[in-house]
Design a binder for this molecule. Structure first.
Ligand SMILES: [Zn+2]
Length: 262
């Protein structure tokens, strides 16, 4: 239900690449979402008796910007981060999910701003993480190399977590700085929708094309049309990669790869 309701507001065209770095294929996680799917089928019967039933979830958010000394004044201002936060709020509002911005932190550090490799950056996350496992930390990294780690990645939720565990301290989403609304790179002006996609992962959503097949569970969401391939940053209106299954490809779903309106 969540995935299919999380729709892009616009669909312009850009060229591009596979940009999401979130790893969604752990057996433990897939088992969890399968259990949620079964639960949702039961919950639907209850929801039918509640008009306009929504989740009404409120998530505290901390935003941390890692900038280097040469452009510390130019990018990821508080206004940029607030604009990104507003896009999150606006995109999730129809689902009854809202966010409260606890604070923004700006760390000027040339090493941290590089993003490092994945494991080193985990150390920085563990050092700067704020709040508990119910709290979303968004880390914006000035010089992170998207060809290596994508433009964004999040940790997926996991069960049996304790707040002092390493996995809890590494929790959150890491994003390239120019993906905030108004950020620019290679002639593209971003709208903050990469973060909307990544936060979908943080909330447990898979890609709409998960499994890359017309068979199987797909994203485990009952009303997401089956899709056997991502949009890969294009906007193929009317595409139907699984013509024997109901519905056209969900190309305007944030959890496809047409985020940013590609
Ligand atoms: Zn993704």
């Amino acid at each position: 239900m969540l995935a299919s309701s999380l729709l892009l507001g616009a669909s312009a065209y850009f060229g591009g690449r596979d940009w999401c770095g979130t790893q969604t294929n752990s057996p433990e996680f897939l088992s969890s979402v399968a259990a949620l799917q079964a639960l949702e089928q039961t919950a639907d019967a209850v929801d039918a008796r509640q008009s306009g039933a929504t989740a009404n979830i409120t998530i505290p958010v901390y935003m941390t910007a890692f900038v280097n000394t040469t452009n510390s004044q130019d990018i990821l201002s508080d206004n940029d981060l607030k604009a990104q936060f507003d896009v999150l709020v606006e995109s999730y509002a129809p689902l009854g999910i809202t966010f409260t911005l606890k604070n923004t932190t700006r760390i000027v550090n040339d090493d941290y701003a590089m993003g490092f490799d994945y494991y080193n950056f985990n150390g920085i996350k563990a050092e700067t993480k704020q709040g508990g496992y119910d709290t979303l930390n968004l880390y914006y990294v000035t010089n992170m190399d998207p060809t290596e780690w994508g433009w964004g990645s999040c940790t997926l939720p996991t069960s049996n977590i304790t707040s002092d565990s390493l996995w809890a301290r590494l929790d959150g989403c890491t994003l390239v700085s120019y993906t905030v609304p108004g950020g620019t790179n290679d002639g593209t002006t971003y709208k903050g929708q990469i973060a909307v996609h990544e936060v979908g992962h943080w909330l447990s959503l898979l890609h709409t094309f998960d499994g890359l097949s017309c068979d199987g569970p797909g994203d485990y969401i009952a009303d997401t049309p089956q899709e056997s391939a991502s949009t890969l940053n294009v906007c193929p209106v009317g595409r139907d990669s699984c013509p024997d299954e109901p519905g056209l490809d969900p190309i305007q779903n944030f959890m496809d790869y047409s985020g940013e309106g590609w």
